[in-house]
Design a protein around this ligand. Structure first.
Ligand code: BG6
Length: 305
């Protein structure tokens, strides 16, 4: 296990990257470029902050988030893999998979120039992961911090048989109040509405707006989404690759109040727009020796509309 001193000795970059013991003592890479700041917790390879200079935070993190080995962090960018949502029937995998619950290793840090810095993290199969999921795998997460934030999860299959997985870059965005924002880019898409039981299949007319618990998988979409936040006079664009579904989630009052790491009223300031292959329609099969990459790029667009 890489400790803080070893991480700093090998990977710190003067004025740009340093490793600190974050909340709960978990190691965190603090990244400062000439144009933005970011933080990545090695537990779950979890981006917990991104803020371009002169802007409000772009990524939301719950004030009640739990930072503990084996527990998911509420907010930031949880990595959902090898399952998005509940585990397949009969599987011991936890909801949203094992990747967000494990400690990742730093592979390298590259400071391209004063304005752009990349961090690469890795997680490989071990005895503990094989108890949950019986496949060999090698994951790599690349986080590029500049005026934009780019996150790419590469899933490699070093084993001798194919595996099938679902995934998500489950990004929590900071918004002024979710009740007043809208998301464009999903117009005319079919979505699975998972709020009713059983889930309903619906069609999106116009931008997505919010007035209650929303939990939807937009199917067969590779489009860029834009979060329009008139109160904060800003738009956030989420461009993606290697992803065929987009998940939009806000818990609203009743659900949030029941979540110990979120809380009553605290959901107003967050909105999840997730770059996903949520399955089952878009589950990804990775052949032996093959790779699959799912990635997104987040940028603040100037001017509100
Ligand atoms: C979303 C799902 O992606 O994640 C929701 O669509 C779920 O159904 C939410 O409630 C949060 O999941 P978790 O496991 O982090 O509480």
């Amino acid at each position: 296990m890489q400790d803080i001193a070893t991480l700093n000795a090998k990977f710190a970059r003067p004025d740009q990257v340093r490793f600190v013991a974050g909340p709960g003592g978990l190691p965190v890479a603090e990244i400062t470029t000439g144009v933005a700041t970011a933080a990545v917790c090695l537990h779950g390879a979890h981006v917990t902050a991104f803020q371009p200079q002169g802007e409000k935070p772009v990524i939301w993190l719950s004030r009640k988030a739990v930072f503990q080995s084996g527990k998911p962090i509420r907010g930031g960018i949880p990595l959902c893999w090898p399952n998005f949502g509940p585990a397949p029937v009969g599987s011991p995998l936890p909801p949203h998979g094992l990747a967000r619950l494990r400690r990742w290793q730093v592979v390298d840090v590259v400071a391209h120039d004063t304005d752009r810095c990349d961090l690469r993290l890795a997680l490989a199969a071990d005895d503990a992961s094989r108890e949950l999921w019986p496949h060999d795998f090698a994951l790599e997460l690349q986080v590029a911090v500049g005026r934009r934030l780019a996150v790419a999860l590469t899933i490699r299959n070093p084993g001798s048989s194919a595996f099938t997985c679902t995934d998500a870059l489950h990004t929590y965005f900071a918004v002024s109040d979710v009740a007043g924002v809208r998301v464009s880019g999903l117009e005319r898409c079919t979505y699975r509405d998972t709020v009713p039981t059983p889930p309903a299949t619906c069609r999106q007319e116009g931008p997505v707006t919010f007035g209650g618990n929303v939990d939807r998988v937009y199917l067969d979409t590779t489009a860029t989404c834009v979060i329009h936040d008139p109160k904060w006079k800003r738009r956030i664009a989420v461009t993606k690759q290697g992803s065929r579904s987009t998940v939009v989630w806000t818990p609203w009052e009743e659900k949030a109040a029941a979540m110990a790491d979120l809380g009553s009223g605290k959901w107003h300031g967050m909105l999840c727009v997730e770059t996903a292959n949520a399955g089952p329609e878009d589950a990804v099969t990775v052949p032996p020796g093959g790779t699959h990459t799912v990635s997104c790029e987040v940028s603040v667009l100037s001017g509100a509309d």
